[in-house]
Write a protein that binds this ligand. Sequence first.
Ligand code: GLA
Ligand code: ZN
Length: 689
Amino acid sequence: MSHKVAPISNKLPVFMHGADYNPEQWLHDPRIFAEDIRLMKLANCNVMSVGIFAWSALEPEEGRFEFEWLDHVLDTFAENGIYAWLATPSGARPAWMSQKYPEVLRVEANRIRNLHGLRHNHCYTSPVYREKTKIMNSRLAERYAHHPAVLGWHISNEMGGECHCDYCQAAFREWVKVKYGSMEALNHAWWATFWSHTYTDWSQVESPAPHGENAVHGQNLDWRRFVSDQTLDFYKHEVLPLKAANPELPCTTNMMDWFYGLDYHKFAEELDVISWDAYPAWHEAPSDRNVASWFAFNHDLFRSLKKKPFMLMESTPSLTNWQAVSKLKRPGMHKLSSLQAVAHGADTVQYFQWRKSRGASEKFHGAVVDHVGHEHNRVFEDVAELGKTLGQLTDLIGTLVPAEAAILADWDNRWAINDAQGPRNSGLHYEETVMQHYRALWDMGVPVDIVGSHDDFSGYKLLLLPMAYLLRQETGEKIERFVSEGGTVVITYWSGIVNESDLCYLGGFPGPLRTVAGIWAEEIEGLHDQDRNALVMDAGNSLGFEGSFEIRELCELIHTETAEVLAVYGDDFYAGRPVLTVNHFGEGQAYYLAARVHEPLFYQLFYAGLVEEKQVTRALQSKLPAGVTAQLRTDGDTDYVFLLNFSGTIVTIELDGEEYENMESGDVLSGQVELPVNGACILRRRAVK
Ligand code: GLA
Ligand code: ZN
């Protein structure tokens, strides 16, 4: 049965293709805007994000607003079939505001207030900043909420950062009070008797500081949660006047790759559509497998936030100016990189930026229109060409990614892991661990969701818990249910160690996962960078592969309770003790991996077995060449298979016996497909499931 979700905007139910556009930088020369309109059409662009960082142009003096230039931009767009994501300008504020109201500026953890400058340099709590934002957003909404060119709202820009001013301290105290209710509860959760850190009054509670409190992990964790909540509260504050004027217009804010500072799972509940900014540094190595899989992971993360198509709000049409080395995109890479986003669920391809600015810090950042000012160059042609391709993909709009595998990745887990002292302060490498597991699935073209512990696991067959260090009791129960009902879970070392307050579980690790894993973990040791151990597969184990695989960094010494041993340590005083186990629990299985295996081959063999045995959905049944992935979107009637070649070489991909149609050329295919270096193609087939 055909199943698609509604397009991001009914006004433009096709692929959105466009860029951040800052016409306010060019108001002194009206010819530029006229030329931009001509070029936008030539580049097959249908959408622009306008007004980001335009506060000074919109309110040059306190209370004096100038909207005529924006009227002209939006009206002209409407006449030319171009649409706009209209931004609220709160990502940067005018100098007059910082000067008159210093409280709008951020205070750093050292308690020193920043000077005016840069962007993202404001307090999310300041009553003045909130009031000024409300006035600005109300004016914008009043004027443009029903403008024919406006598709939706782009709230601020890449929200992030924290402020330690007195307003924020008061808000943190209030947050803590609401959460804990009593000093006893607070002191218990923060284990405050340690080093005599017991609080006797709410007024003593402060944000962590380099020259003050930073040793109380529960407090650090709550501060991170507060910062995330307060930022989200600011987002909601921004949205109120916009929704009041027109509840139909979708709101979003552009996110960043697995951004550390904000719990995007919580943000997802408030945003109408997820959007994010992807800046892969392609061509660092002969094969782009590592970079590609990291961005694949992120696309999956952003899609999974709402289990719906997302927006690629920014990407560079050529190079960035802030990476260590700015490599140009090799031929083919612009299309490959853009279609990668689409393959994982993007229904838009947008850039930073439309026209290169003439001065200041981003004047050398890639843009569709370069300083030369015309369309006769490689980047412009690539963009225009991609616009044409996207124009052929309208059927894909609203289709979903049918993932049956998922990885659990909670923000508070990540915060807690990185804050902990021990067992390896020279690098616990949580993110790398997640990627080791993810990459094996990417290599096989297995669609994967990245979920939080509040998500529903019941639709998955395979659930991965890499370093689920902070794990709530109820999450443990949910995982038990998942496995007992037939799911397969893979749990690694350093899981089930602390509860939501960062307090260690008593009575044996992995805490709430102990029963389902059928093991308990007695000790863990960190290895020096040069230390090695090995995982040696037991002969005749149920996974069906043998061999010895190098271990680095972390080794947990576990005891089986109800689990069976699949592999043992090869070295050191714990040689021969279990390192990989499986526990049969209800209808399902829980695997436990006690050490960080270094070799990708181990993960490939391990997951290939599980995917095969559990019949986990793959985009294509055949084996893919290294550095190539296949990804899948579907509406239930038609499957769209993306073949993406990041290997740096020409490859031949075996199709799997189904009949395919190349969506761009219309060619009917079966057998083999050859892809050039940086090649990408989209094949259509009748839905397999
Ligand atoms: C971010 C910002 C943009 C721009 C780009 C440059 O994504 O949102 O304003 O600075 O980076 O890569
Ligand atoms: Zn503040």
